[in-house]
Design a protein around this ligand. Structure first.
Ligand code: MLT
Length: 266
C-alpha cells in the first residue's frame, strides 16, 4: 500500500510517498512532475525494501515557491533523510531526479550504497539547450503551465506510448498541469544552471544501475552509454518501446530491472 506522508523540515515542508518496509530506496522524480510519477514502482516494492519518493522543491500538489538550484532540491531531500533517521540508502533519480541525485552524491557520497540513474545525463546544458530553456521560461510566463505541457509531452513520451497508450499521456498531462508556475520556473532555471557532473562519475564506486527507454529523445540511450563508460561498476538496461518516462511507459520492466539490481547489485 502506498502511504502519503509529510515532514516539517527546517528547509521547508515536504510531502512524500512511501511503500514497503526495510532498506530505504530514495526515488527522485523528473521535471515537471512529482512523486506521483513513481506510483507504479511504489506499488511493486520488493520484499525487504522501503521505497520513498519525495516531491522535489517546487513540485507536487502542495508546492509553494520554486527552487533556485539543484542544490536546494538536494538539501530538501537530504533534510528528509535526516528527519527519517536514514543514514544509508540506495539513491535513484529519473532525468531531473538524476541531476538532483548528482547534487546529493557531490555532498554526501558516503550516504549511498547504490545508485540508480534513469533517463538522465551527467553533462550540463549545451548553449542551444540553454537557449531552449530560456524560450520555455518565456512561454511559461506568457501562457502558463498548459503551454509548457503541450511543448513537452511529445518529447517526454516515446513514440509507442503516444501511439498506443493515450491513458499514460493523460496521466502525465494531469501531473504537468498540477505544477505551480513558480515551481516549474524554478525547475527550468535550476536545470539550466546545473553543473557538469561527468567528473563526478569517476568518483562513484558503488554499484550503479542505468535504465533508459530505447525511444528516449530527451536523454537518448547514447547518454546512458556515455555515463556507463565513466562508472567503475555499472549495468545498463535499455527498455524497449519506452521513451523518456521509462518507469511509466514500461512500468513492469522498470520495476523488474530495479528489483533485480537491488537483489544482486554488481
Ligand atoms: C526531465 O524529464 O526531468 C527533464 O526533461 C530533463 C531536462 O529537460 O533536462
Amino acid at each position: 500500500m502506498v502511504r502519503e506522508e509529510r515532514a516539517a523540515l527546517e528547509s521547508g515542508p515536504v510531502r512524500y510517498l512511501e511503500s514497503g518496509a526495510g532498506w530505504p530506496v530514495i526515488l527522485l522524480h523528473a521535471f515537471p512532475l512529482s512523486a506521483e510519477m513513481w506510483r507504479p514502482q511504489l506499488e511493486r516494492v520488493p520484499e525487504g525494501w522501503r521505497f520513498i519518493a519525495p516531491d522535489l522543491r517546487g513540485f507536487g500538489p502542495e508546492a509553494r515557491g520554486g527552487a533556485e538550484s539543484m542544490d536546494e532540491m538536494a538539501t530538501g531531500v537530504l533534510d528528509l533523510l535526516d528527519a527519517l533517521q536514514i543514514d544509508r540508502a540506495a539513491l535513484g533519480g529519473l532525468s531531473m531526479g538524476g541531476y538532483v541525485a548528482f547534487a546529493m552524491l557531490r555532498r554526501e557520497p558516503e550516504r549511498f550504497h547504490a545508485v540508480i540513474l534513469a533517463d538522465t545525463r551527467a553533462t550540463a546544458d549545451t548553449a542551444p539547450g540553454r537557449a531552449a530553456r530560456k524560450e520555455m521560461l518565456a512561454t511559461l510566463r506568457a501562457k502558463g503551465v498548459g503551454a509548457v505541457a503541450d511543448a513537452m509531452l511529445p518529447k517526454l513520451l516515446g513514440e509507442t506510448t503516444r501511439r498506443d497508450a493515450p491513458e499514460i499521456e493523460q496521466q502525465v498531462r494531469q501531473m504537468l498541469q498540477a505544477c505551480p508556475v513558480d515551481g516549474v520556473a524554478g525547475g527550468i532555471q535550476s536545470m539550466m544552471d546545473r553543473p557538469d557532473s561527468t567528473a563526478l562519475l569517476d568518483s562513484i564506486c558503488v554499484p550503479t544501475l542505468i535504465i533508459v527507454g530505447e525511444e528516449d529523445v530527451l536523454t537518448p540511450p547514447a547518454d546512458s552509454d556515455a555515463m556507463a563508460e565513466r562508472l567503475s561498476r555499472s549495468r545498463v538496461v535499455k527498455l524497449l518501446r519506452a521513451g523518456h518516462l521509462s518507469n511509466l511507459e514500461a512500468p513492469r520492466e522498470f520495476s523488474v530491472a530495479l528489483a533485480d539490481f537491488l537483489a544482486s547489485p554488481l
